[in-house]
Design a binder for this molecule. Structure first.
Ligand code: HEM
Ligand code: SF4
Length: 576
Protein backbone atom coordinates (compact mmCIF):
# COMPACT_ATOMS: atom_id res chain seq x y z
CA UNK A 1 0.00 0.00 0.00
CA UNK A 2 1.14 3.51 -0.67
CA UNK A 3 0.05 6.57 1.25
CA UNK A 4 0.54 8.70 -1.85
CA UNK A 5 -2.74 10.56 -2.07
CA UNK A 6 -2.08 12.30 -5.36
CA UNK A 7 -4.80 12.12 -8.00
CA UNK A 8 -4.70 9.62 -10.84
CA UNK A 9 -3.87 12.41 -13.27
CA UNK A 10 -0.61 13.08 -11.42
CA UNK A 11 0.50 9.51 -12.12
CA UNK A 12 -0.60 9.74 -15.75
CA UNK A 13 1.49 12.89 -16.23
CA UNK A 14 4.45 11.36 -14.38
CA UNK A 15 4.50 8.25 -16.55
CA UNK A 16 3.75 10.03 -19.82
CA UNK A 17 7.31 10.69 -21.05
CA UNK A 18 6.49 14.41 -21.37
CA UNK A 19 2.94 14.03 -22.67
CA UNK A 20 3.57 11.20 -25.13
CA UNK A 21 1.81 8.32 -23.40
CA UNK A 22 0.58 5.92 -26.04
CA UNK A 23 -1.17 8.59 -28.10
CA UNK A 24 0.67 7.70 -31.33
CA UNK A 25 -0.25 4.02 -30.98
CA UNK A 26 -3.85 4.94 -30.12
CA UNK A 27 -4.18 7.04 -33.24
CA UNK A 28 -2.98 4.16 -35.36
CA UNK A 29 -5.53 1.72 -33.88
CA UNK A 30 -8.35 1.51 -36.41
CA UNK A 31 -10.48 -0.87 -34.33
CA UNK A 32 -12.02 2.00 -32.37
CA UNK A 33 -12.82 5.70 -32.84
CA UNK A 34 -11.58 6.38 -29.31
CA UNK A 35 -8.22 6.44 -27.56
CA UNK A 36 -7.38 5.06 -24.12
CA UNK A 37 -8.62 6.81 -20.99
CA UNK A 38 -5.11 7.77 -19.89
CA UNK A 39 -4.21 9.10 -23.32
CA UNK A 40 -7.41 11.15 -23.39
CA UNK A 41 -6.10 12.99 -20.32
CA UNK A 42 -2.81 13.63 -22.13
CA UNK A 43 -4.30 14.77 -25.46
CA UNK A 44 -5.83 17.70 -23.57
CA UNK A 45 -2.31 19.16 -23.27
CA UNK A 46 -2.16 18.91 -27.06
CA UNK A 47 -5.38 20.93 -27.33
CA UNK A 48 -7.85 18.17 -28.00
CA UNK A 49 -10.62 16.34 -26.10
CA UNK A 50 -12.14 12.97 -26.86
CA UNK A 51 -15.94 13.40 -27.03
CA UNK A 52 -18.96 11.58 -28.37
CA UNK A 53 -22.22 12.74 -29.91
CA UNK A 54 -24.59 12.49 -26.95
CA UNK A 55 -27.66 12.95 -29.16
CA UNK A 56 -27.12 9.52 -30.69
CA UNK A 57 -25.90 7.68 -27.57
CA UNK A 58 -29.17 5.83 -26.80
CA UNK A 59 -29.72 4.77 -30.40
CA UNK A 60 -26.16 3.48 -30.77
CA UNK A 61 -26.33 1.68 -27.42
CA UNK A 62 -29.53 -0.06 -28.55
CA UNK A 63 -27.76 -1.22 -31.71
CA UNK A 64 -24.75 -2.28 -29.61
CA UNK A 65 -22.54 0.13 -31.51
CA UNK A 66 -19.57 1.99 -30.06
CA UNK A 67 -20.36 5.59 -29.05
CA UNK A 68 -20.07 8.09 -31.93
CA UNK A 69 -16.61 9.27 -30.95
CA UNK A 70 -14.96 12.36 -32.32
CA UNK A 71 -12.54 15.00 -31.09
CA UNK A 72 -12.88 18.65 -30.20
CA UNK A 73 -9.77 20.56 -31.26
CA UNK A 74 -8.96 23.97 -29.75
CA UNK A 75 -6.50 26.39 -31.34
CA UNK A 76 -3.95 28.37 -29.32
CA UNK A 77 -4.46 31.96 -30.39
CA UNK A 78 -3.01 34.54 -27.99
CA UNK A 79 -5.17 37.67 -27.97
CA UNK A 80 -7.52 36.09 -30.54
CA UNK A 81 -5.72 37.54 -33.58
CA UNK A 82 -5.69 35.82 -36.99
CA UNK A 83 -4.67 36.98 -40.41
CA UNK A 84 -7.22 36.71 -43.22
CA UNK A 85 -5.18 33.86 -44.68
CA UNK A 86 -5.38 32.00 -41.39
CA UNK A 87 -9.13 32.58 -41.29
CA UNK A 88 -9.41 30.89 -44.69
CA UNK A 89 -7.34 27.95 -43.46
CA UNK A 90 -9.52 27.59 -40.35
CA UNK A 91 -12.65 27.76 -42.47
CA UNK A 92 -11.31 25.09 -44.83
CA UNK A 93 -10.50 22.80 -41.89
CA UNK A 94 -14.04 23.23 -40.53
CA UNK A 95 -15.43 22.17 -43.91
CA UNK A 96 -13.02 19.33 -44.63
CA UNK A 97 -12.37 17.68 -41.28
CA UNK A 98 -14.87 19.02 -38.74
CA UNK A 99 -18.65 19.46 -38.53
CA UNK A 100 -18.75 22.43 -40.93
CA UNK A 101 -18.86 24.94 -38.11
CA UNK A 102 -16.30 27.12 -36.37
CA UNK A 103 -16.89 27.80 -32.67
CA UNK A 104 -15.53 31.06 -31.26
CA UNK A 105 -14.85 30.46 -27.59
CA UNK A 106 -15.19 32.60 -24.48
CA UNK A 107 -11.39 32.54 -24.28
CA UNK A 108 -10.65 34.18 -27.64
CA UNK A 109 -10.02 31.22 -29.84
CA UNK A 110 -11.53 28.69 -32.24
CA UNK A 111 -12.76 25.18 -31.60
CA UNK A 112 -13.52 22.50 -34.12
CA UNK A 113 -16.05 19.83 -33.24
CA UNK A 114 -16.63 16.41 -34.74
CA UNK A 115 -13.12 15.62 -35.98
CA UNK A 116 -12.84 11.83 -36.26
CA UNK A 117 -9.67 10.06 -35.19
CA UNK A 118 -8.45 9.36 -38.71
CA UNK A 119 -8.58 13.09 -39.51
CA UNK A 120 -6.78 14.30 -36.39
CA UNK A 121 -3.27 14.41 -37.80
CA UNK A 122 -4.44 16.03 -41.01
CA UNK A 123 -6.20 18.73 -39.01
CA UNK A 124 -3.14 19.43 -36.87
CA UNK A 125 -0.95 19.52 -39.99
CA UNK A 126 -3.31 21.91 -41.76
CA UNK A 127 -3.17 24.19 -38.73
CA UNK A 128 0.62 23.96 -38.68
CA UNK A 129 0.74 24.94 -42.35
CA UNK A 130 -1.25 28.05 -41.39
CA UNK A 131 1.32 28.78 -38.63
CA UNK A 132 -1.16 27.85 -35.94
CA UNK A 133 -1.02 25.20 -33.24
CA UNK A 134 -3.11 23.72 -30.47
CA UNK A 135 -0.35 23.13 -27.95
CA UNK A 136 -1.48 23.74 -24.37
CA UNK A 137 -4.96 24.84 -25.45
CA UNK A 138 -6.30 22.48 -22.76
CA UNK A 139 -4.60 20.47 -19.96
CA UNK A 140 -2.79 21.30 -16.71
CA UNK A 141 -0.70 24.11 -18.14
CA UNK A 142 -1.07 27.76 -18.98
CA UNK A 143 -3.81 27.96 -21.61
CA UNK A 144 -4.57 30.54 -24.29
CA UNK A 145 -3.59 34.03 -23.10
CA UNK A 146 -6.33 36.61 -23.57
CA UNK A 147 -5.79 40.29 -24.33
CA UNK A 148 -8.13 43.29 -24.54
CA UNK A 149 -10.02 42.63 -27.70
CA UNK A 150 -8.65 44.86 -30.40
CA UNK A 151 -4.86 45.28 -30.70
CA UNK A 152 -5.40 47.80 -33.48
CA UNK A 153 -7.32 50.31 -31.33
CA UNK A 154 -4.34 52.07 -29.76
CA UNK A 155 -0.64 51.72 -28.91
CA UNK A 156 -1.59 50.36 -25.47
CA UNK A 157 -3.80 47.71 -27.03
CA UNK A 158 -0.96 46.71 -29.38
CA UNK A 159 1.52 46.47 -26.47
CA UNK A 160 -0.92 44.38 -24.47
CA UNK A 161 -1.37 42.01 -27.39
CA UNK A 162 2.42 41.64 -27.73
CA UNK A 163 2.64 40.82 -24.04
CA UNK A 164 -0.07 38.13 -24.42
CA UNK A 165 1.96 36.50 -27.21
CA UNK A 166 5.19 36.70 -25.14
CA UNK A 167 3.60 35.17 -22.05
CA UNK A 168 1.96 32.44 -24.13
CA UNK A 169 5.28 31.53 -25.78
CA UNK A 170 7.22 31.71 -22.54
CA UNK A 171 4.89 29.32 -20.75
CA UNK A 172 4.51 26.78 -23.55
CA UNK A 173 5.45 23.22 -22.66
CA UNK A 174 8.86 22.47 -24.16
CA UNK A 175 8.25 18.81 -24.93
CA UNK A 176 8.78 17.62 -28.47
CA UNK A 177 5.76 15.31 -28.10
CA UNK A 178 3.42 17.62 -30.02
CA UNK A 179 5.66 17.73 -33.08
CA UNK A 180 6.44 14.06 -32.95
CA UNK A 181 2.86 12.89 -32.65
CA UNK A 182 0.97 15.28 -34.89
CA UNK A 183 3.53 16.67 -37.31
CA UNK A 184 5.71 13.61 -37.82
CA UNK A 185 8.55 15.34 -36.09
CA UNK A 186 8.47 18.45 -38.25
CA UNK A 187 9.22 21.79 -36.67
CA UNK A 188 6.88 24.69 -37.26
CA UNK A 189 8.28 26.84 -40.07
CA UNK A 190 8.31 29.92 -37.91
CA UNK A 191 11.62 31.13 -36.50
CA UNK A 192 9.96 33.09 -33.71
CA UNK A 193 9.01 29.88 -31.91
CA UNK A 194 11.39 28.32 -29.45
CA UNK A 195 13.14 25.08 -30.34
CA UNK A 196 11.59 22.11 -28.62
CA UNK A 197 13.53 20.36 -25.88
CA UNK A 198 12.60 17.49 -23.69
CA UNK A 199 12.92 19.13 -20.33
CA UNK A 200 10.22 21.23 -18.81
CA UNK A 201 12.13 23.99 -17.02
CA UNK A 202 8.96 25.68 -15.83
CA UNK A 203 6.54 22.80 -15.43
CA UNK A 204 8.70 19.84 -14.40
CA UNK A 205 7.49 16.25 -14.82
CA UNK A 206 4.05 16.83 -13.27
CA UNK A 207 3.10 20.05 -15.02
CA UNK A 208 0.59 22.11 -13.00
CA UNK A 209 -1.97 20.69 -10.57
CA UNK A 210 -4.74 22.00 -12.83
CA UNK A 211 -5.37 24.38 -15.73
CA UNK A 212 -4.05 27.94 -15.54
CA UNK A 213 -5.57 30.99 -17.24
CA UNK A 214 -4.01 34.38 -17.93
CA UNK A 215 -5.59 37.56 -19.33
CA UNK A 216 -4.65 41.20 -19.89
CA UNK A 217 -7.20 44.02 -19.73
CA UNK A 218 -7.12 47.65 -20.83
CA UNK A 219 -9.49 49.75 -18.67
CA UNK A 220 -12.15 50.98 -18.81
CA UNK A 221 -13.13 47.81 -20.71
CA UNK A 222 -13.03 44.54 -18.83
CA UNK A 223 -13.90 42.57 -21.96
CA UNK A 224 -11.58 39.72 -20.90
CA UNK A 225 -13.37 39.29 -17.56
CA UNK A 226 -10.14 39.65 -15.65
CA UNK A 227 -11.51 38.62 -12.25
CA UNK A 228 -12.50 35.18 -13.59
CA UNK A 229 -8.89 34.15 -14.30
CA UNK A 230 -5.94 32.76 -12.37
CA UNK A 231 -3.60 35.59 -13.30
CA UNK A 232 -4.48 38.96 -14.78
CA UNK A 233 -2.79 42.18 -15.81
CA UNK A 234 -4.59 45.52 -15.78
CA UNK A 235 -2.82 47.98 -18.09
CA UNK A 236 -2.04 51.26 -16.31
CA UNK A 237 -1.65 54.25 -18.59
CA UNK A 238 -0.28 57.47 -17.12
CA UNK A 239 0.34 60.61 -19.15
CA UNK A 240 -0.51 58.68 -22.33
CA UNK A 241 2.16 56.07 -21.60
CA UNK A 242 1.77 52.42 -20.57
CA UNK A 243 3.69 52.43 -17.29
CA UNK A 244 2.91 48.91 -16.15
CA UNK A 245 0.26 46.57 -14.87
CA UNK A 246 -1.74 45.87 -11.74
CA UNK A 247 -1.42 42.13 -11.25
CA UNK A 248 -4.45 40.07 -10.16
CA UNK A 249 -4.46 36.48 -8.93
CA UNK A 250 -6.89 33.79 -7.85
CA UNK A 251 -9.96 34.15 -10.03
CA UNK A 252 -11.84 31.10 -11.27
CA UNK A 253 -15.34 29.96 -12.12
CA UNK A 254 -15.70 26.21 -11.66
CA UNK A 255 -17.50 24.64 -8.74
CA UNK A 256 -19.50 21.49 -8.01
CA UNK A 257 -23.23 21.64 -7.23
CA UNK A 258 -23.82 20.98 -3.52
CA UNK A 259 -20.12 21.01 -2.54
CA UNK A 260 -19.63 24.29 -0.78
CA UNK A 261 -15.89 23.99 -0.37
CA UNK A 262 -15.81 24.53 -4.14
CA UNK A 263 -16.83 27.99 -5.35
CA UNK A 264 -16.30 30.59 -8.03
CA UNK A 265 -14.00 33.33 -6.85
CA UNK A 266 -13.05 36.77 -8.12
CA UNK A 267 -9.34 37.54 -8.30
CA UNK A 268 -7.47 39.70 -5.78
CA UNK A 269 -5.00 42.48 -6.52
CA UNK A 270 -1.47 41.21 -5.93
CA UNK A 271 0.56 44.30 -6.75
CA UNK A 272 2.00 46.32 -9.62
CA UNK A 273 4.74 45.43 -12.10
CA UNK A 274 6.47 47.24 -14.96
CA UNK A 275 6.06 46.05 -18.57
CA UNK A 276 9.61 44.60 -18.41
CA UNK A 277 8.75 42.53 -15.33
CA UNK A 278 5.45 41.13 -16.61
CA UNK A 279 6.69 37.86 -18.18
CA UNK A 280 8.87 37.10 -15.14
CA UNK A 281 5.90 37.71 -12.84
CA UNK A 282 3.84 35.21 -14.87
CA UNK A 283 6.59 32.61 -14.61
CA UNK A 284 7.00 33.02 -10.85
CA UNK A 285 3.26 32.98 -10.12
CA UNK A 286 3.00 29.80 -12.19
CA UNK A 287 5.89 28.13 -10.36
CA UNK A 288 4.46 28.96 -6.93
CA UNK A 289 1.19 27.37 -8.00
CA UNK A 290 3.17 24.40 -9.40
CA UNK A 291 4.77 23.88 -5.99
CA UNK A 292 1.93 24.92 -3.66
CA UNK A 293 -1.16 23.81 -5.58
CA UNK A 294 -3.28 20.89 -4.36
CA UNK A 295 -2.43 17.66 -6.17
CA UNK A 296 -4.72 15.46 -4.09
CA UNK A 297 -8.07 16.78 -5.27
CA UNK A 298 -8.62 18.15 -8.76
CA UNK A 299 -11.74 19.90 -7.49
CA UNK A 300 -9.61 22.08 -5.23
CA UNK A 301 -6.50 22.36 -7.36
CA UNK A 302 -6.88 25.76 -9.01
CA UNK A 303 -4.83 28.76 -7.87
CA UNK A 304 -7.94 30.28 -6.25
CA UNK A 305 -7.89 27.54 -3.59
CA UNK A 306 -4.12 27.86 -3.06
CA UNK A 307 -4.70 31.53 -2.28
CA UNK A 308 -7.70 30.77 -0.05
CA UNK A 309 -5.75 28.11 1.85
CA UNK A 310 -2.38 29.86 2.15
CA UNK A 311 -3.55 33.48 2.27
CA UNK A 312 -2.74 36.27 -0.16
CA UNK A 313 0.12 37.81 1.92
CA UNK A 314 1.97 34.46 2.05
CA UNK A 315 1.42 33.91 -1.64
CA UNK A 316 2.70 37.42 -2.43
CA UNK A 317 5.77 36.92 -0.22
CA UNK A 318 6.66 33.68 -2.01
CA UNK A 319 6.23 35.23 -5.47
CA UNK A 320 8.41 38.20 -4.43
CA UNK A 321 11.03 35.86 -3.00
CA UNK A 322 11.27 34.04 -6.31
CA UNK A 323 11.27 37.31 -8.27
CA UNK A 324 14.01 38.78 -6.08
CA UNK A 325 12.17 42.11 -5.84
CA UNK A 326 8.95 43.48 -4.41
CA UNK A 327 5.88 44.24 -6.46
CA UNK A 328 4.66 47.84 -6.36
CA UNK A 329 1.40 49.14 -4.86
CA UNK A 330 -1.55 48.67 -7.25
CA UNK A 331 -2.43 51.91 -9.09
CA UNK A 332 -5.95 53.35 -9.48
CA UNK A 333 -8.05 51.97 -12.35
CA UNK A 334 -11.70 51.74 -13.29
CA UNK A 335 -13.66 49.18 -15.27
CA UNK A 336 -17.06 50.07 -16.67
CA UNK A 337 -18.21 46.97 -18.62
CA UNK A 338 -17.39 43.45 -19.77
CA UNK A 339 -19.21 43.46 -23.12
CA UNK A 340 -18.12 44.28 -26.65
CA UNK A 341 -19.22 47.41 -28.48
CA UNK A 342 -21.08 45.91 -31.42
CA UNK A 343 -20.73 47.79 -34.72
CA UNK A 344 -18.08 49.99 -36.34
CA UNK A 345 -15.36 51.61 -34.28
CA UNK A 346 -12.39 53.71 -35.41
CA UNK A 347 -8.86 53.05 -34.13
CA UNK A 348 -6.22 55.67 -33.35
CA UNK A 349 -4.72 55.07 -36.81
CA UNK A 350 -8.09 55.98 -38.40
CA UNK A 351 -8.75 52.43 -39.63
CA UNK A 352 -12.22 50.99 -39.02
CA UNK A 353 -13.05 47.81 -37.11
CA UNK A 354 -16.38 46.01 -37.23
CA UNK A 355 -17.39 43.99 -34.16
CA UNK A 356 -19.93 41.50 -35.39
CA UNK A 357 -22.28 39.82 -32.91
CA UNK A 358 -22.01 36.03 -33.24
CA UNK A 359 -24.70 34.21 -31.29
CA UNK A 360 -22.86 31.92 -28.83
CA UNK A 361 -19.80 32.07 -31.08
CA UNK A 362 -21.13 29.51 -33.57
CA UNK A 363 -20.17 30.22 -37.18
CA UNK A 364 -22.18 28.12 -39.60
CA UNK A 365 -24.41 28.33 -42.65
CA UNK A 366 -28.18 27.88 -42.60
CA UNK A 367 -30.56 28.31 -45.53
CA UNK A 368 -30.95 32.08 -46.07
CA UNK A 369 -28.41 32.87 -43.34
CA UNK A 370 -24.88 31.97 -44.31
CA UNK A 371 -22.54 33.44 -41.72
CA UNK A 372 -19.64 31.11 -42.46
CA UNK A 373 -19.75 31.84 -46.18
CA UNK A 374 -20.06 35.59 -45.57
CA UNK A 375 -16.97 35.63 -43.35
CA UNK A 376 -15.05 33.48 -45.82
CA UNK A 377 -15.89 35.87 -48.65
CA UNK A 378 -14.81 38.80 -46.49
CA UNK A 379 -11.53 37.01 -45.65
CA UNK A 380 -10.90 36.45 -49.36
CA UNK A 381 -10.95 40.12 -50.24
CA UNK A 382 -10.12 41.81 -46.94
CA UNK A 383 -6.43 41.94 -46.00
CA UNK A 384 -6.83 43.37 -42.48
CA UNK A 385 -7.39 40.19 -40.47
CA UNK A 386 -9.79 39.25 -37.68
CA UNK A 387 -9.88 39.22 -33.91
CA UNK A 388 -11.89 36.82 -31.76
CA UNK A 389 -13.23 38.49 -28.62
CA UNK A 390 -13.66 36.93 -25.18
CA UNK A 391 -17.40 37.51 -25.62
CA UNK A 392 -17.54 35.00 -28.51
CA UNK A 393 -17.78 37.76 -31.13
CA UNK A 394 -15.52 38.57 -34.04
CA UNK A 395 -13.88 41.82 -35.12
CA UNK A 396 -13.27 42.36 -38.83
CA UNK A 397 -10.20 44.52 -38.33
CA UNK A 398 -8.33 47.26 -40.17
CA UNK A 399 -10.91 48.23 -42.75
CA UNK A 400 -10.28 51.32 -44.89
CA UNK A 401 -13.21 53.76 -44.90
CA UNK A 402 -13.89 53.06 -48.56
CA UNK A 403 -14.12 49.28 -47.99
CA UNK A 404 -16.78 49.48 -45.28
CA UNK A 405 -19.70 49.42 -47.70
CA UNK A 406 -18.41 46.31 -49.47
CA UNK A 407 -18.15 44.40 -46.18
CA UNK A 408 -21.64 45.48 -45.18
CA UNK A 409 -22.93 44.39 -48.61
CA UNK A 410 -21.43 40.89 -48.27
CA UNK A 411 -23.00 40.46 -44.84
CA UNK A 412 -26.38 41.66 -46.12
CA UNK A 413 -26.26 39.43 -49.16
CA UNK A 414 -25.92 36.43 -46.81
CA UNK A 415 -28.67 37.54 -44.45
CA UNK A 416 -26.31 38.56 -41.63
CA UNK A 417 -27.12 41.52 -39.40
CA UNK A 418 -24.28 43.24 -37.56
CA UNK A 419 -26.15 42.95 -34.29
CA UNK A 420 -26.66 46.61 -33.41
CA UNK A 421 -30.47 46.16 -33.65
CA UNK A 422 -30.57 43.20 -31.28
CA UNK A 423 -31.91 43.51 -27.75
CA UNK A 424 -29.39 44.63 -25.15
CA UNK A 425 -29.86 41.26 -23.44
CA UNK A 426 -28.97 39.23 -26.53
CA UNK A 427 -26.01 41.48 -27.37
CA UNK A 428 -24.67 40.70 -23.89
CA UNK A 429 -25.39 36.98 -23.91
CA UNK A 430 -23.07 33.98 -23.91
CA UNK A 431 -23.60 30.24 -23.69
CA UNK A 432 -21.10 27.41 -23.42
CA UNK A 433 -21.19 24.51 -25.88
CA UNK A 434 -22.80 21.86 -23.62
CA UNK A 435 -24.87 19.27 -25.54
CA UNK A 436 -24.36 17.34 -27.71
CA UNK A 437 -20.53 17.34 -27.58
CA UNK A 438 -19.57 18.18 -24.00
CA UNK A 439 -19.39 15.06 -21.86
CA UNK A 440 -19.95 17.08 -18.69
CA UNK A 441 -23.17 18.85 -19.68
CA UNK A 442 -26.17 18.30 -17.40
CA UNK A 443 -28.47 20.48 -19.52
CA UNK A 444 -28.59 22.26 -22.89
CA UNK A 445 -26.89 25.63 -23.20
CA UNK A 446 -25.88 26.85 -26.67
CA UNK A 447 -28.93 25.19 -28.24
CA UNK A 448 -31.34 26.56 -25.64
CA UNK A 449 -30.27 30.12 -24.80
CA UNK A 450 -31.46 31.69 -28.10
CA UNK A 451 -35.08 30.56 -27.53
CA UNK A 452 -35.02 31.57 -23.87
CA UNK A 453 -33.83 35.02 -24.95
CA UNK A 454 -36.71 35.29 -27.40
CA UNK A 455 -39.12 34.62 -24.52
CA UNK A 456 -37.35 37.09 -22.22
CA UNK A 457 -37.31 39.73 -24.95
CA UNK A 458 -41.12 39.81 -24.76
CA UNK A 459 -40.90 40.64 -21.06
CA UNK A 460 -38.24 43.24 -21.72
CA UNK A 461 -40.34 44.80 -24.46
CA UNK A 462 -43.28 45.12 -22.08
CA UNK A 463 -41.02 46.87 -19.58
CA UNK A 464 -39.49 49.12 -22.24
CA UNK A 465 -36.03 47.66 -21.64
CA UNK A 466 -35.27 46.17 -25.05
CA UNK A 467 -32.24 48.35 -25.69
CA UNK A 468 -30.76 48.22 -22.21
CA UNK A 469 -27.53 46.32 -21.74
CA UNK A 470 -28.07 43.42 -19.34
CA UNK A 471 -25.49 40.63 -19.13
CA UNK A 472 -26.91 37.08 -19.29
CA UNK A 473 -24.85 33.89 -19.48
CA UNK A 474 -25.74 30.21 -19.46
CA UNK A 475 -23.77 27.01 -18.99
CA UNK A 476 -24.80 23.37 -19.12
CA UNK A 477 -23.03 22.51 -15.85
CA UNK A 478 -21.38 24.27 -12.91
CA UNK A 479 -17.89 24.24 -14.45
CA UNK A 480 -18.75 27.68 -15.74
CA UNK A 481 -17.11 27.82 -19.18
CA UNK A 482 -19.18 30.88 -20.19
CA UNK A 483 -18.44 32.58 -16.83
CA UNK A 484 -22.09 32.53 -15.64
CA UNK A 485 -21.23 33.56 -12.08
CA UNK A 486 -20.15 36.97 -13.34
CA UNK A 487 -23.38 37.61 -15.25
CA UNK A 488 -26.16 39.88 -14.01
CA UNK A 489 -28.41 36.93 -14.90
CA UNK A 490 -26.60 33.60 -14.65
CA UNK A 491 -28.13 30.23 -15.53
CA UNK A 492 -26.34 27.00 -14.71
CA UNK A 493 -27.62 23.58 -15.79
CA UNK A 494 -28.66 21.08 -13.11
CA UNK A 495 -30.70 18.51 -15.00
CA UNK A 496 -32.22 18.34 -18.48
CA UNK A 497 -34.38 21.48 -18.81
CA UNK A 498 -33.60 22.74 -15.29
CA UNK A 499 -31.25 25.51 -14.25
CA UNK A 500 -30.12 27.38 -11.17
CA UNK A 501 -30.79 31.09 -11.58
CA UNK A 502 -28.23 33.55 -10.23
CA UNK A 503 -28.64 37.33 -9.95
CA UNK A 504 -26.70 40.35 -8.82
CA UNK A 505 -23.27 40.32 -10.47
CA UNK A 506 -21.68 43.65 -11.29
CA UNK A 507 -21.95 44.90 -14.87
CA UNK A 508 -18.20 45.54 -14.92
CA UNK A 509 -17.30 41.98 -13.90
CA UNK A 510 -16.01 42.84 -10.42
CA UNK A 511 -18.66 41.07 -8.27
CA UNK A 512 -20.05 37.53 -8.42
CA UNK A 513 -23.78 36.91 -8.49
CA UNK A 514 -25.80 34.84 -5.98
CA UNK A 515 -28.21 31.92 -6.22
CA UNK A 516 -31.78 33.23 -6.50
CA UNK A 517 -33.80 30.17 -7.53
CA UNK A 518 -33.03 26.48 -7.89
CA UNK A 519 -34.07 24.02 -10.58
CA UNK A 520 -36.17 26.37 -12.68
CA UNK A 521 -37.36 25.59 -16.19
CA UNK A 522 -37.98 27.97 -19.06
CA UNK A 523 -41.49 28.97 -18.00
CA UNK A 524 -40.42 29.61 -14.41
CA UNK A 525 -37.34 31.58 -15.46
CA UNK A 526 -39.55 33.92 -17.47
CA UNK A 527 -42.12 34.14 -14.65
CA UNK A 528 -39.43 35.02 -12.14
CA UNK A 529 -37.67 37.57 -14.30
CA UNK A 530 -40.67 39.38 -15.81
CA UNK A 531 -41.74 41.18 -12.60
CA UNK A 532 -38.11 41.96 -11.86
CA UNK A 533 -37.68 43.61 -15.24
CA UNK A 534 -40.88 45.62 -14.67
CA UNK A 535 -39.69 46.87 -11.27
CA UNK A 536 -36.22 47.63 -12.60
CA UNK A 537 -37.72 49.75 -15.40
CA UNK A 538 -39.81 51.77 -12.90
CA UNK A 539 -37.55 51.99 -9.88
CA UNK A 540 -33.98 52.08 -11.11
CA UNK A 541 -31.80 55.01 -10.26
CA UNK A 542 -29.93 57.00 -12.88
CA UNK A 543 -27.34 54.71 -14.52
CA UNK A 544 -28.13 51.80 -12.19
CA UNK A 545 -27.40 48.40 -13.75
CA UNK A 546 -29.69 45.40 -13.44
CA UNK A 547 -27.33 43.41 -11.23
CA UNK A 548 -26.96 46.30 -8.77
CA UNK A 549 -30.73 46.82 -8.74
CA UNK A 550 -31.38 43.14 -7.94
CA UNK A 551 -29.34 43.67 -4.77
CA UNK A 552 -30.77 47.08 -3.80
CA UNK A 553 -34.31 45.78 -4.28
CA UNK A 554 -33.56 42.80 -2.02
CA UNK A 555 -33.82 39.91 -4.50
CA UNK A 556 -30.34 38.69 -3.53
CA UNK A 557 -27.62 39.88 -1.16
CA UNK A 558 -24.38 41.15 -2.62
CA UNK A 559 -21.44 38.78 -2.82
CA UNK A 560 -19.09 40.98 -0.87
CA UNK A 561 -15.85 39.09 -1.38
CA UNK A 562 -14.46 36.73 -3.94
CA UNK A 563 -15.14 33.67 -1.78
CA UNK A 564 -18.55 34.59 -0.31
CA UNK A 565 -20.56 33.03 -3.13
CA UNK A 566 -22.44 30.50 -1.02
CA UNK A 567 -23.50 32.91 1.76
CA UNK A 568 -27.21 33.68 2.34
CA UNK A 569 -28.46 30.50 0.71
CA UNK A 570 -31.43 30.63 3.12
CA UNK A 571 -32.90 33.37 0.94
CA UNK A 572 -33.13 31.01 -2.01
CA UNK A 573 -35.88 28.90 -0.50
CA UNK A 574 -38.28 31.80 -0.65
CA UNK A 575 -38.57 31.65 -4.43
CA UNK A 576 -37.76 28.09 -5.36
C1 HEM B 1 -13.79 22.37 -13.79
C2 HEM B 1 -13.87 23.11 -14.75
C3 HEM B 1 -14.02 22.87 -16.24
C4 HEM B 1 -14.03 21.74 -17.00
C5 HEM B 1 -13.87 20.30 -16.56
C6 HEM B 1 -14.24 22.18 -18.38
C7 HEM B 1 -14.35 21.33 -19.46
C8 HEM B 1 -14.71 21.76 -20.71
C9 HEM B 1 -15.05 20.91 -21.81
C10 HEM B 1 -15.11 19.41 -21.79
C11 HEM B 1 -15.30 21.71 -22.86
C12 HEM B 1 -15.64 21.27 -24.27
C13 HEM B 1 -17.04 21.46 -24.63
C14 HEM B 1 -17.22 21.31 -26.12
O1 HEM B 1 -16.65 22.10 -26.87
O2 HEM B 1 -17.93 20.40 -26.55
C15 HEM B 1 -15.12 23.05 -22.44
C16 HEM B 1 -15.27 24.16 -23.24
C17 HEM B 1 -14.80 25.40 -22.88
N1 HEM B 1 -14.41 25.81 -21.65
FE1 HEM B 1 -14.37 24.67 -20.04
N2 HEM B 1 -14.30 23.53 -18.40
C18 HEM B 1 -14.19 23.99 -17.13
C19 HEM B 1 -14.22 25.31 -16.72
C20 HEM B 1 -14.04 26.38 -17.58
C21 HEM B 1 -13.94 27.76 -17.18
C22 HEM B 1 -14.03 28.26 -15.75
C23 HEM B 1 -13.74 28.49 -18.32
C24 HEM B 1 -13.55 29.99 -18.50
C25 HEM B 1 -13.39 30.89 -17.61
C26 HEM B 1 -13.75 27.56 -19.42
C27 HEM B 1 -13.59 27.90 -20.73
C28 HEM B 1 -14.00 27.10 -21.74
C29 HEM B 1 -14.10 27.55 -23.09
C30 HEM B 1 -13.71 28.90 -23.61
C31 HEM B 1 -14.62 26.48 -23.81
C32 HEM B 1 -14.90 26.47 -25.28
C33 HEM B 1 -16.30 26.63 -25.64
C34 HEM B 1 -17.00 27.84 -25.14
O3 HEM B 1 -16.61 28.97 -25.46
O4 HEM B 1 -18.02 27.64 -24.45
N3 HEM B 1 -13.92 26.30 -18.94
N4 HEM B 1 -14.76 23.06 -21.13
S1 SF4 C 1 -19.85 24.63 -18.62
FE1 SF4 C 1 -20.03 22.44 -18.38
S2 SF4 C 1 -21.47 21.90 -20.01
FE2 SF4 C 1 -20.66 23.86 -20.55
S3 SF4 C 1 -18.91 23.41 -21.90
FE3 SF4 C 1 -18.16 23.71 -19.80
S4 SF4 C 1 -18.00 21.67 -19.00
FE4 SF4 C 1 -19.37 21.54 -20.77
Amino acid sequence: MTDDKRTKNEFIKEGSRQLRGTIAEGLADVSTGAISEDDSQLTKFHGTYLQDDRDVRPERAKKKLEKAYSFMIRVRLPGGVTTSKQWLALDAIAGTYANHTLRLTTRQTFQFHGVIKSNMKRTMQALNAALLDTLAACGDVNRNVLAASNPYLSKTHAAVHDLAVKISEHLLPQTGAYHEIWLDGEQVIDETRPAKKDEEPIYGTHYLPRKFKIVIAVPPSNDVDIFAHDLGYIAIVEGGKLVGYNVTVGGGMGMTHGEHDTFPRTADLLGFCTPEQAVDVAEKVVTVQRDWGNRESRKRARLKYTIEDRGLPNFRAEVEKRLGYKLGEPRPYEFTSTGDVIGWEQGSDKKWHLTLFIENGRIKDLPGWSLRTALREIAELHPGGFVVTANQNVIIANVAAKAKAKIEAILKEHGIAIGTDLSGLRRNSMACVALPTCGLALAESERFLPELLTALEESLDKAGLKDDDIVIRMTGCPNGCARPYLAEIGLVGRNPGLYNLYLGAAFNGSRLNKLYAEDVDKVRIVRLLEPLFARYAKEREEGEHFGDFAIRAGYVRATTAGNRFHDDLDLVKAVS
